[in-house]
Design a protein around this ligand. Structure first.
Ligand SMILES: Cc1cc2nc3c(=O)[nH]c(=O)nc-3n(C[C@H](O)[C@H](O)[C@H](O)COP(=O)(O)OP(=O)(O)OC[C@H]3O[C@@H](n4cnc5c(N)ncnc54)[C@H](O)[C@@H]3O)c2cc1C
Length: 573
């Protein structure tokens, strides 16, 4: 880990995802190299990975912070907790989107924060916020730095001093109200740290995004995050009941109430606000007793249509699973290709028993045959009796849709490797391939169109840029009226990788809107998705949002231009 100057807070690699020394490896996955060759035309056996970027090669623009200003900040948080160190400023500049990774690797960092502060508590944060506004500087809260929507970077043309406020030292679970099942948690607590504190007392938050290891509860709230067990526990928008938000001149307090009808919801305004309404210092979150039973079962469906139909029927049934996930045929192929040395499902499918069963169910006779099979994971949590009953209900629905269960083995593997997948993007980038994700949510009636639309858009975009490209997808969460679809796409880029990426990413985003989906289900807006905001929430919706920010932050001191960026030029390419 790159240690911050203040050694109580650690960060991810400055140039990529996760911990130093940890990466993705393919040598123990026999299906991976052939898969990548077929998908994007990249031969892993001959590809020459670039060496790890060296910080010494980076030209870091000088900090604009004056001695008077940093002195004033030091007077608030203490000398050791203010820094203009180059590495610190770089670490706090971007999130971890593909655009961020490419820019940092190619030394494209036009505007960094000028100074990073590490406050100890809410009182210090209030003083920092007030000092920033008084000096007409800019303040950008920093949680884990894992966002992929361009939510952190200062605007490229920002003339004022930019302060990154790192919440990393506010990392404690302060109190659990066991009677109500709610816990007060400081906003900078990262997933594993807060979950451990809760687990030690027999509780869980039930929020597990893929970025869990390196994202904070304040960041989850500020981006409206969703986790892999949100089917049961709810998205962070449900989990976060109360909040304390430091604003210029005072603290906004949202009490943790189960529900309220006190006018338009200020709580909902803070959710997804990406630092534009103030600094979240504390979240009162719903927490649950650690369940007696937790299982993730794997199922197969003959094709994605059957998978979608089964998930919809499950969502309408009495069953309340914690995970409803179904990968399309391409993503199923990817999952099998990342299996280790002929273990688990890969071994099964290479044998005769499982394919034999599938053939007996008539799957080989469908158009595309067994190439169309889709892998699904469904989770059950609660008391032993509850989990058993849920599984029984789900099994009947799966059977009705011609699916079949294959036990918990693959689910255990999926659970173990779920936080390793993010390292894959750096591995591909090291070898010249761009890989990224786009996700949306839409009603059940539009789901098939959303899925097909994104595929068509990506393939047309690949044709346009003249690249062999890949796209795959899974349904990641189900709701009463629809579901979230999550797409991963990749291609080997040329000299203008980001230009090509824009063509593909934009085409997929536009297809979401055109086919009845939202611009993003859980990654937020930032700079990356703001061009689609008006189409998503209507011009009047944007007017309301602009009005909110204009009144609450007239000097544009709080993470300006995020969410409702007027133009896209602030993204430097
Ligand atoms: C590999 C990978 C996988 C991912 N998987 C998921 C996933 O499964 N689900 C999901 O929801 N997201 C996922 N994300 C996106 C990302 O992890 C989320 O957006 C996360 O919620 C960001 O939290 P963070 O603490 O890292 O916030 P940061 O990146 O530090 O900040 C994000 C935004 O929130 C603001 N902010 C942060 N903390 C505060 C605060 N205390 N007060 C006010 N504003 C604040 C920042 O100013 C910024 O605008 C993934 C990202 C990557 C790279």
């Amino acid at each position: 880990m790159t240690d911050a100057r203040n050694n109580q807070v650690s960060h991810m690699k400055w140039w990529g995802w996760g911990l130093d020394g940890v990466g993705f490896h393919w040598e123990d996955k026999p299906g991976f190299a052939p898969f990548v060759l077929k998908a994007v035309g990249l031969d892993l056996h001959t590809a020459q990975p670039v060496p790890e970027p060296s910080f010494a090669d980076l030209k870091v623009p000088k900090s604009k912070a004056t001695a008077t200003f940093t002195g004033a900040l030091a007077g608030i948080v203490g000398e050791d907790d203010v820094t203009t160190d180059d590495l610190e400023r770089v670490v706090h500049t971007y999130g971890k989107s593909l655009r961020d990774l490419v820019r940092i690797r190619t030394h494209k960092i036009e505007r960094l924060p000028d100074v990073v502060v590490y406050p100890d508590d809410e009182a210090e944060i209030q003083k920092v916020v007030d000092a920033v506004v008084a000096a007409d500087a800019v303040l950008i809260p920093f949680g884990g730095g894992s966002n992929i929507a361009g939510s952190l970077e200062p605007r490229a043309d920002e003339k004022r001093i930019v302060v990154s406020l790192d919440l990393g030292r506010l990392n404690k679970v302060l109190d659990i109200d066991e009677e109500s099942g709610i816990a007060r948690i400081q906003a900078g607590a990262l997933g594993p740290h807060l979950e451990k504190q809760l687990n030690d007392k027999g509780w869980t938050i039930g929020h597990f995004p893929d970025s869990f290891t390196h994202s904070s509860i304040g960041g989850w709230v500020a981006t409206r995050s969703s986790g892999m067990q949100s089917d049961k526990y709810g998205d962070i928008a449900e989990i976060a009941r109360g909040m304390r938000v430091v604003r210029p001149g005072g603290t906004l307090v949202i009490r943790a109430l189960p529900s309220t009808s006190s006018g338009p919801s200020v709580r909902e305004m803070i959710l997804g606000s990406e630092g534009r309404l103030g600094v979240i210092t504390e979240v009162t979150a719903q927490v649950h007793r650690i369940p007696a039973k937790r299982d993730v079962y794997a199922y197969f469906f003959p094709n994605i249509e059957a998978g979608f139909a089964a998930m919809q029927e499950i969502s309408e049934s009495d069953a309340t699973p914690s995970i409803t996930r179904v990968s399309d045929a391409r993503e199923t192929g990817f999952s099998l290709a990342t299996s280790k040395s002929r273990k688990g499902l890969d071994k099964f499918l290479a044998g005769t028993v499982l394919p034999g069963l599938m053939k007996r169910k008539g799957w080989a006779k469908q158009p595309g045959g067994l190439e169309n099979i889709c892998l699904s994971f469904i989770g059950f949590e609660g008391s032993v009796e509850h989990a058993k009953r849920q599984k029984k209900l789900v099994d009947a629905i799966v059977k009705k849709h011609n699916g079949m269960g294959v036990g918990t083995g693959p689910g255990v593997l999926y659970d173990q490797k779920k936080f390793d997948t993010p390292y894959l993007r750096d591995f591909l980038l090291d070898r010249g391939a761009a890989g990224d994700v786009s996700e949306t949510a839409g009603p059940w009636s539009k789901l098939a169109d959303l899925h097909a639309g994104a595929y068509a858009a990506a393939n047309a975009a690949y044709e346009k840029i003249g690249r062999k490209g890949w796209i795959m997808s899974h349904l990641s969460h189900s709701y009463h009226s629809g579901a979230c679809l999550y797409f991963t796409f990749a291609f080997v880029g040329g000299d203008d990788m980001l230009g090509e990426y824009d063509v593909v990413k934009s085409a997929i985003q536009q297809s979401f809107i055109d086919n009845g989906g939202t611009l993003s289900h859980h990654h937020g807006v930032g700079l990356e998705h703001s061009p689609w905001l008006e189409q998503d929430i209507s011009p009047e919706g944007v007017k309301v949002m602009r009005g909110l920010f204009a009144v609450t932050d007239p000097g544009e001191n709080l993470n300006p231009r995020k969410i409702v960026a007027d133009v896209r030029e602030s993204i430097s390419r």
